[in-house]
Design a binder for this molecule. Structure first.
Ligand code: FE2
Length: 358
C-alpha cells in the first residue's frame, strides 16, 4: 500500500451503503473525479447494497486501479451512538425486537465492510469511519466555494444526531449544536410518508408533490407533534410513532385516530391524505425556516450550506432562500446519504489529513 504525499496525487475513495442510497466517489487531491450511485447500475431505486459497481465505475472513470487508492472513507461510525440507542430502546423491549435485530444486522455489515473490500477488491489499505453528519457537513461546505458559511444538516438521523448546526471557515468545520435521536424532522416526514402509502426513504418527494392538492388543516396538529423551540431544539412526540418498533407500520393508532385512516400502498388517495401531506409540508417549511434563523443568530454569517435528506425538500429550500435570513444558500445536490460518499472523502482529505481545501 502507498500512502499519499505532497509529490504524488492522493487518491481517496468515499463510500456509503447498508441503509439506503449507496454510492461511491473518487477524489484525487481533493478534486471530484467520479461519483456514482449504486442504484444506477442495479436498477433498484435507493438501494443500500454494497456499492461494488459504483466503486468499479469510479475506478475506471479515473483510470485508477484499487492498488493506487491511498485511503477509503466510510460515511458512518457504526459503534457511535449505540449506547444512546440502547438507552432509548430499553423501555420498548421486547416490542422492538424486530428493529433491534434489523439494526444489529446493519451494525454487523458496517463493521465488516473492510472484509468485503478485501474480498471483492483485494483492498488492504487505510480505512476510516467518518461520523455521518461530518460527512454531510463536508459534502455541503467544501463544494460550495464559500470561504465561510453557516452549515445545517437536516436528516432523519445519523449515529446520534438528527440535526446539526455548524460553522465552516476555510478548512475548518466546527459543530455548534446538535439535536439527538429520536427528535427529528426527517423521522416525522418519513413516518407520514409511510402512513400515506409510500415507501419511507423513497416516497418523500411524492408527498411533497401531493401537498399542493390539499389544505393544511392539520397544521396545528403537526405543530403539537413536533415542537421547535426558539433555541432550535426539536421535540417529537414519539407516542404517535412506531418506527422504532416495527418495520411495517410507522405510526400508532393514536396517529390514525387524529388524522384518519392510513392509505395502503397503491390505494385511493382520499381528501384527508392530501390535507395531511399539505399540513406536513407547511410545518416542514416552517421548522426549516425556524432552524435557519437560529443558525443565523448563532453564526452571524450571510451564507448557508445545507445537506441531509430533508434538504432535498426543494419547496422548503425555496422558502429558506426567499424568506430566510441568509444572502446566499448552497444545497448539496446529493443531499441524501448518497452525498455522504463524497462528504466522507472530502472530510478525510481536508480535516483528517489536513490537505488544502479543494
Ligand atoms: Fe444522512
Amino acid at each position: 500500500m502507498r500512502r499519499g504525499n505532497a509529490k504524488r496525487p492522493l487518491h481517496i475513495l468515499g463510500i456509503s451503503c447498508y441503509m439506503h442510497d449507496a454510492a461511491a466517489c473518487l477524489l484525487t487531491d481533493g478534486r471530484i473525479v467520479a461519483f456514482a450511485e449504486e442504484e444506477r447500475f442495479r436498477r433498484e431505486k435507493h438501494t443500500g447494497a454494497f456499492p461494488e459497481q459504483a466503486i468499479r465505475y469510479c475506478l475506471e472513470a479515473g483510470g485508477i486501479p484499487i492498488e493506487r487508492i491511498d485511503h477509503i472513507a466510510f460515511y458512518w461510525v457504526p459503534w457511535r451512538g449505540v449506547l444512546h440507542r440502547i438507552i432509548h430502546s430499553f423501555h420498548d423491549f421486547p416490542r422492538n425486537c424486530y428493529q433491534s435485530s434489523h439494526r444489529l444486522k446493519i451494525f454487523r455489515d458496517m463493521v465488516g465492510v473492510t472484509q468485503v473490500l478485501r474480498r471483492r477488491f483485494g483492498y488492504r489499505g487505510a480505512f476510516h469511519f467518518v461520523p455521518h453528519h461530518h460527512a454531510h457537513l463536508a459534502s455541503a461546505f467544501y463544494p460550495s466555494g464559500f470561504p465561510e458559511a453557516a452549515l445545517l444538516v437536516l436528516d432523519a438521523n445519523g449515529e446520534i444526531a438528527t440535526t446539526t448546526f455548524a460553522r465552516g471557515e476555510g478548512t475548518r468545520i466546527d459543530v455548534l449544536r446538535t439535536v439527538k435521536y429520536p427528535h427529528s424532522l426527517g423521522i416525522l416526514y418519513l413516518c407520514v410518508t409511510e402512513y400515506l402509502g409510500f415507501r419511507e426513504s423513497h416516497g418523500e418527494g411524492i408527498v411533497m408533490g401531493l401537498a399542493p392538492y390539499g389544505v393544511p388543516r392539520f397544521l396545528d396538529d403537526f405543530r403539537e407533534i413536533l415542537r421547535v423551540t426558539a433555541e432550535g431544539e426539536l421535540r417529537l412526540d414519539i407516542s404517535y410513532f412506531d418506527v422504532h418498533l416495527s418495520k411495517k407500520r410507522y405510526v400508532t393508532e393514536k396517529f390514525i385516530r387524529r388524522f384518519g385512516p392510513r392509505r395502503m400502498p397503491g390505494g385511493r388517495i382520499e381528501p384527508h391524505h392530501k390535507d395531511v401531506a399539505a399540513s406536513l409540508q407547511v410545518w416542514t417549511e416552517e421548522v426549516g425556516l425556524s432552524l435557519v434563523r437560529v443558525l443565523h443568530r448563532l453564526t452571524g454569517l450571510s451564507r448557508l450550506c445545507m445537506a441531509g435528506g430533508v434538504a432535498l425538500n426543494s419547496v422548503m429550500n425555496g422558502r429558506i432562500v426567499r424568506e430566510g435570513p441568509f444572502e446566499e444558500v448552497y444545497v448539496q445536490p446529493a443531499a441524501n446519504d448518497a452525498g455522504t460518499a463524497l462528504g466522507a472523502a472530502l472530510y478525510l482529505h481536508t480535516v483528517k489529513l489536513g490537505r488544502p481545501r479543494p
